[in-house]
Design a protein around this ligand. Structure first.
Ligand code: KIV
Ligand code: ZN
Length: 516
């Protein structure tokens, strides 16, 4: 029998409580649309009484969402509940979420109220909200530090008053999985009217246990988990949605029968969107959505992965919406991965050339952290094949100034033939590159340009490095001269010669000789 765990996303409420994560109303709507696309069950869209912006955001999200429940947070106060109900009015499936602290420490210092008063406020606030909305969630704030017997009493009281979901927050991230799971089991087995409500959990990550606690709660009877995309949230954050969902999916041998309605293929996109909008970067080693979550660098791992991916991969990257795993070539990579990379780039080398290239690769990898395709191409072209200088720079002249259109004349030599052409550009370097394109018939796009002085003084030699893209290939080029425009022309031509070499035997457009 399938046991569907409801996914309650609070990225727009608790997630937005991350320092610096505030989102404007349009951004909230964009995130809500993505959450709907991902198929979350509940979207907590904000805390309507907190600000006009929050009120408007809850209202707009309520208006737009078709399938998910839209929830608004409220203290156990009439004015908060009224405001939440007002914001949720356009929602097809509205839910009010009322919270009130129940731990001794909160009741004594924050609320200055006795247990009997807390029970009364809890009962009355739920009953008041129930007159307007059927779907009521109640959270005894700081539940994990609340005396279990009192917690049981609170939960029974609010269910009697009409709560349909009882959320058991680990507000300060203090819980330990075994104990938290036992608390959920205790409520499941001892709350007299628990069959009338869903038990929800809401865990913070102060000890790095938010996901572990949530999962332990699921194993012990929770039917809803509250979580955020990328685990953002107050202080150390909330339980991360993607981790919980992928744990249930990947370890269904343990969580037999548990499912979520989440379309996991939307996970990566959701993570990127929330990171872009909030400006909160995802750490590279973050589980599921970090840049390295599906990247393998060690040679032994790469070799194993290439033989059989399940040796080192427990989930398919495609299952979260990524296209493929990454083999990052670095100093720990082995021959197998290097050869595989070359083949993927279209190079098939003899055993001897492969050995030479691999040695060069290891040398370079010792100096550079990660090697990109251009580095590999450079190894092949420079060290193995000695890229022929198909075109050589014979002569160039450039006119540019404040009131002239930059124009370049370039003469190139190819074997015994000499070609000359001229072109205008946005600047002298652009004019030179365009002229070289005209002569060689290769259309290159300068994707990177850097200049550095090799020597000091006014007559310093300038060294230019370029990266050029053309028809899906990227190559690098280098040129040096005391004239930086000439250094640029040489670097660009060097890159074009690389491209011509890479294109193998494919002939470029035959240029028109200058003279016969
Ligand atoms: O952490 C918490 O206790 C909360 C409640 C409002 C549910 O965010
Ligand atoms: Zn919280």
């Amino acid at each position: 029998m399938k046991n569907k765990i409801l996914i309650f996303d609070t990225t727009l409420r608790d997630g937005e409580q991350s320092p610096g994560a505030s989102m404007d109303i349009r951004e909230k709507l964009e995130v809500a649309r993505q959450l709907e696309r991902m198929n979350v069950d509940v979207i907590e869209a904000g805390f309507p009484i907190a600000s006009v912006g929050d009120f408007e955001a809850v209202k707009l999200v309520s208006k737009e969402m078709k399938r998910p429940i839209v929830c608004g947070l409220s203290r156990a106060l009439k004015k908060d509940i009224d405001r939440a109900i007002e914001a949720l009015r356009p929602a097809k499936h509205p839910r009010v979420h009322i919270f009130l602290a129940t731990s001794k420490i909160h009741m004594q210092y924050k609320l200055k109220k006795a247990e009997s008063e807390i029970l009364k406020i809890a009962r009355e606030s739920v009953a008041y909200a129930k007159k307007h909305i059927k779907d009521i969630e109640f959270s005894p704030e700081d539940a994990s530090r609340t005396e279990p017997e009192f917690l049981k009493e609170v939960v029974e009281t609010v269910i009697d008053a009409g709560a349909t979901t009882v959320n058991i927050p680990d507000t300060v991230g203090y819980a330990i999985p075994e104990k938290y799971g036992a608390l959920i089991r205790y409520l499941k087995e001892n709350v007299r009217n628990i069959d009338k409500a869903v038990i929800s959990v809401h865990c913070h990550n102060d000890l790095g246990l938010a996901v572990a606690n949530s999962v332990s709660a699921i194993a012990n009877g929770a039917g809803q988990v509250e979580c955020t995309i990328n685990g953002i949230g107050e202080r150390a954050g909330n339980a991360s949605l993607e981790e919980i969902v992928m744990i249930l999916k990947t370890r269904n041998d343990i969580f037999k029968g548990f499912t979520t309605g989440i379309n996991t293929k939307e996970i990566y996109r959701s993570s990127r969107l929330v990171s872009q909008i909030t400006g909160i970067m995802v750490q590279p080693n973050k589980a599921i959505v970090g840049a390295n979550a599906f990247a393998h660098e060690s040679g032994i791992h790469q070799d194993g992965f290439l033989k059989e991916r399940t040796t080192y991969e427990i989930m398919l990257p495609e299952s979260i919406g990524l296209t493929e795993s990454k083999l990052v070539l670095g100093k720990h990579s082995g021959r197998h991965a290097f050869k595989d990379k070359l083949e993927a780039m279209g190079f098939t080398l003899s055993e001897e050339d492969l050995n030479k290239a691999f040695e060069r690769f290891k040398d370079l990898a010792d100096k550079k952290k990660a090697l990109y395709d251009e580095d590999i191409q450079a190894i092949i072209s420079d060290e193995i094949a000695n890229v022929p200088e198909t075109y050589q720079l014979e002569y160039m002249s450039v006119s540019s100034g404040t009131k002239t259109v930059p124009t370049a004349t370039v003469r190139l030599k190819k074997g015994d033939e000499v070609f000359e052409d001229a072109a205008c550009g946005d600047g002298p370097v652009d004019a030179v590159c365009k002229t070289i394109d005209r002569i060689t018939g290769i259309k290159g796009k300068l994707s990177n340009y850097s200049l550095r002085a090799v020597t000091s003084g006014k007559d310093a030699v300038g060294e230019v490095f370029v990266r050029v893209d053309s028809e899906g290939q990227t190559v690098s080029g280098r040129g040096a001269s005391t004239d930086i425009i000439e250094a640029s022309a040489k670097a660009y031509l060097n890159a074009i010669n690389h491209l011509l070499f890479m294109k193998g035997k494919k002939q470029p457009r035959k240029p028109t000789p200058m003279c016969d």
